[in-house]
Ligand binder design. Structure first.
Ligand SMILES: Cc1cc2nc3c(=O)[nH]c(=O)nc-3n(C[C@H](O)[C@H](O)[C@H](O)COP(=O)(O)OP(=O)(O)OC[C@H]3O[C@@H](n4cnc5c(N)ncnc54)[C@H](O)[C@@H]3O)c2cc1C
Length: 269
């Protein structure tokens, strides 16, 4: 049973921000929030429904940045034309999030704000060098990289009175190649490996997610500089029902090796 709460359904961003605070929570798809409330882990006095806010919707190009509205769902992003054109790896990740219900209801911002360790979305977005825009009452805005935003398990760099407005991804240069490999035993990923190579800039980023508490990042000049065994030794796996620490290190080495191989076979972007 859900505990009692007040539901606020603003259609203006200012009203939503005024309603947010210590005793209230933003509510988008509810896929994580309502589970937590049903389990008695979270008891906000009010939920502030952000699904009617136009400012949190849509995907658009702003110069060399792709701006993704916070309330966009995984299902919509998987087929959104600007996303499939500029971030095809991210579109494929979104296509494989959870199950059909989670993809239809769950939002990109809800995923990042909940900071569930067994996630793909943050891992992929960090590999692309993405940021989030946060807004508070009085139109106070700040931008935080997704890497800095995901601080710990179930802990994001966000004040209770702040909303995520959008996710900003630098548009990859034409020579960029990207792959994401996911290893999954239960309904959420056990391991996610994102590899993005910007050949024009001579820069490669590897992000290993889901295996530990937060995504781990390596920046190198080229994919060939990555040593899968060294990466596996450096990750900090959480032992659980999906594997021991030793097993997860082994799978990490295997998947990083496969990602480097796969990258050499994919086309640009
Ligand atoms: C069964 C299952 C399987 C899943 N599998 C995967 C998977 O394979 N890969 C993966 O990456 N993820 C997976 N997920 C996670 C899923 O992506 C998230 O549940 C979903 O994206 C959360 O979005 P939501 O809109 O439902 O968030 P909500 O549940 O509405 O909110 C989650 C949290 O974010 C806050 N919040 C929401 N929107 C905002 C905003 N705009 N600004 C500030 N705070 C906000 C809420 O207050 C709450 O704390 C899975 C989840 C489930 C339940």
């Amino acid at each position: 049973m859900l505990p009692p709460f007040r539901l606020v359904r603003p259609s203006r961003l200012e009203d939503a921000l005024d309603a947010l605070g210590e005793d209230s929570s933003a509510y988008c798809g509810g896929t994580e929030l309502l589970l937590g409330m049903r389990a008695g882990l979270h008891r906000p006095d009010a939920l502030v429904d952000v699904k009617r806010l136009d400012e949190l919707a849509g995907v658009a190009l702003d110069g060399e940045t792709l701006v993704i509205g916070a309330r966009e769902t995984h299902m919509d992003l998987a087929v959104q034309p600007l996303v499939t054109e500029h971030l095809p790896m991210f579109a494929r990740v979104e296509h494989k999030v959870g199950n059909a219900r989670v993809r239809a209801q769950g939002s990109v911002a809800g995923n990042l704000c909940f900071a569930e360790p067994k996630s793909d979305v943050g891992t992929a977005l960090i590999a692309y060098g993405a940021s989030v825009t946060l807004v508070a009452a009085g139109d106070q805005r700040r931008e935080v990289t997704v890497q800095d935003f995901i601080v710990g398990p179930y802990y994001a760099e966000k004040e209770p009175e702040e909303l995520v407005l959008d996710v900003r991804v630098p548009v990859p240069t034409p020579g960029t190649r990207a792959v994401y490999l996911k290893y999954q035993i239960m309904e959420r990923p056990t391991l996610g490996v994102a590899l993005v190579e910007d050949r024009d800039a001579g820069r490669t980023r590897l992000v290993v997610g889901a295996v530990g508490e937060i995504p781990a990042v390596w920046d190198v000049d080229a994919p060939g500089d990555l040593d899968p065994d060294a990466v596996a030794a450096e990750v900090d796996p959480t032992p659980d029902l999906t594997g021991s620490e030793r097993y997860k290190r082994h799978v990490t080495a295997v998947y990083v090796r496969r990602a480097v191989e796969a990258l050499s076979k994919v086309g640009a972007r």
